[in-house]
Design a protein around this ligand. Structure first.
Ligand SMILES: C[S@@+](CC[C@H](N)C(=O)[O-])C[C@H]1O[C@@H](n2cnc3c(N)ncnc32)[C@H](O)[C@@H]1O
Length: 259
């Protein structure tokens, strides 16, 4: 059974940690390895406060080029990446043998196949994000954990490289980017970038009945700022990235215990 084993000292949502993450975020374009390695370290440490990853199978849905593989393997996990895009998977060299090409919205795994499912910054790139979240719950074994985190649409980075024009509209932001740069953005609104709000995530958590709710929090914020999720409108613009942690009940009955 998965246990809440990480010591609080191992990962804490402090202001210093948020500042470091935002500082590293400035390197996302010029030095992606720097940013994604830091994010991967932070993610595995955070997951470690909910479950001992040692000896567990982790499925990373939309894993991308593999920056997270090393961090998960260092924590002792057997890491399997799934991604829909071969180009993304090959982004930093050869595609690792423990990689699956497929869609997060239709995971090619049997029910309860993995200990932990994880997805970071992918939900906003798929046309049916909550189908993908349901699939993640399905393939997680009883007692296992599901971590889904996504960039929220009305946050400062909602439009990705077309931000902040997504505040006008996604379509306008895409058109404006194309006019200015002479080519399409990588994240094309309506095709590979969709509007997913904090409200959508909270509704999913409330309405699903397959897993217990362990935690919902703004991923990059210090813990003292978690209250903002309780304030409609404000939470949409300040959250940036929403993390949802669910647990499949051992006996098949979800209790919806929100944390
Ligand atoms: C912004 S990247 C995130 C990569 C990594 N998870 C991270 O946090 O750095 C989004 C990834 O989602 C993948 N993706 C997009 N649509 C997908 C789908 N339907 N199923 C699985 N992966 C998908 C993309 O190929 C890309 O690698």
């Amino acid at each position: 059974m998965l246990r809440r084993s990480g010591s609080p000292a191992a990962w804490r949502a402090t202001l210093g940690r948020s500042v470091r993450l935002f500082r590293d975020f400035r390197y996302e374009q010029p030095d992606p390895a720097r940013f994604y390695t830091a994010l991967a370290e932070d993610s595995t440490a955070m997951l470690g406060t909910y479950a001992d990853l040692d000896g567990r199978t982790v499925l990373d849905v939309g894993g991308g080029p593999g920056y997270f593989r090393e961090a998960f393997e260092r924590a002792g996990a057997t890491y399997v990446a799934l991604d829909a895009d071969v180009g993304e998977l090959a982004g930093v060299g050869e595609i690792h043998p423990r990689t699956v090409i497929g869609s997060g919205m239709r995971l090619p795994f049997r029910d309860g196949a993995v200990d932990v499912t994880y997805s970071s910054n992918v939900l906003e790139h798929v046309p049916d994000p909550w189908q993908m979240a349901r699939e993640m719950v399905r393939v997680t074994r009883p007692g296992g954990l599901v971590f889904v985190s996504y960039t929220v649409w009305f946050g400062p980075w909602g439009g990705h490289e077309t931000a902040p024009w997504h505040y006008v509209s996604g379509r306008y932001a895409r058109r404006r980017y194309r006019r200015k740069h002479g080519h399409e953005p990588k994240n094309r609104f309506g095709e590979s970038l969709f509007e997913v709000t904090v409200g959508d995530g909270l509704r999913f958590v409330r309405d699903q009945a397959e897993a217990d709710v362990v935690a919902v929090f703004p991923r990059y914020h210090p813990a003292w700022a978690y209250w903002l999720l309780r304030v409609p409108v404000l939470r949409e613009v300040l959250t940036w990235n929403l993390m949802i942690v669910l647990r499949r009940p051992d006996d098949g009955s979800a209790h919806r215990s929100a944390a």
